[in-house]
Design a protein around this ligand. Structure first.
Ligand code: BTN
Length: 246
């Protein structure tokens, strides 16, 4: 491990409901990492659940940050996506923070936060599919998902995958604190499969088709539709490719 902060305090649980929930409900120091072999109520974005794989086939990891302002929270999922894309070679990002290989989702990121007595706490969680066979995703009705190994990438243990991620996340957090999100834009744009594609934005039950043309300074997806340009904020909508998941 090359980190000074992330994972110095590392709690490994055989089973928990959610590593995000575990850290959010506790009182842990900055940089504490929680991992689990199994999650019984893994949380996904937009209120969805995150399916649990047999022990050892996936990574479930959360890390706590206490020193951010609430205004920084929106950037954390994007920074985590950058860290994951750096950690796992050959991966791409579907805006805002899905990790893809060959257009299939191999990982997801959920950042949650709470404000307690004036102090802000953020928990960043990553779920990464390491070695489930393709039938696992078919059986769980996840046709757009895959594991790194099923996509021809190296076979990683959860521990190894965790160290790779944390080794990238910590310097990304430092860079963000020093220079803001703008310094990630070239890398993010380069690894983002969404750009240049036709997307369907699902907003309050309404579907809008648009072209995703850029990532804004605040991490928004810049879209064009019917001659109009608009900024889409993560969390506000779900984005699907017109011709597939991405
Ligand atoms: C997504 O929906 O794409 C985000 C999934 C995030 C799952 C991870 S697994 C570790 C952490 N604990 C949770 O309950 N969720 C996140």
């Amino acid at each position: 491990m090359r980190t000074a902060l992330c994972g110095k305090n590392w709690i490994h649980l055989e089973k928990t409901d959610s590593t995000n929930r575990f850290l959010l409900d506790g009182d842990f120091p900055e940089g504490t990492v929680a991992t689990a072999d199994l999650q019984t109520k893994g949380r996904g974005r937009q209120g969805k659940s995150w399916v649990c794989a047999p022990c050892g086939q996936a990574l479930y990891l959360s890390v706590i940050f206490r020193s951010f302002n609430a205004g920084d929270f929106g950037f954390l999922p994007l920074i985590c996506a950058v860290a994951a894309a750096k950690a796992y070679g050959g991966t791409m990002i579907k805006w805002p923070n899905d990790i893809l290989v060959n257009e299939k989702k191999v990982g997801g990121i959920l950042c949650e936060s709470k404000i307690l007595g004036g102090s802000a706490v953020a928990v960043c969680g990553i779920g990464l599919n390491l070695s489930q066979p393709q039938e696992f995703f078919a059986d769980n009705n996840l046709p757009w998902a895959a594991s790194l190994f099923s996509c021809g990438k190296d076979l990683l243990t959860p521990k190894h995958a965790a160290v790779l991620f944390l080794n990238e996340l910590e310097p990304c957090i430092t860079t963000y604190r020093l220079s803001g999100f703008g310094s990630f834009l070239p890398f993010y744009r380069d690894r983002c499969v969404t750009l240049g594609r036709k997307v369907v934005l699902e907003r309050c039950g309404r579907a809008v088709t648009a072209t995703a043309c850029d990532i804004g300074e605040k991490g928004e997806l810049v879209c064009e539709s019917g001659g109009e340009t608009f900024f889409v904020t993560a969390g506000e909508v779900s984005v699907r490719g017109l011709y597939g998941y991405a």
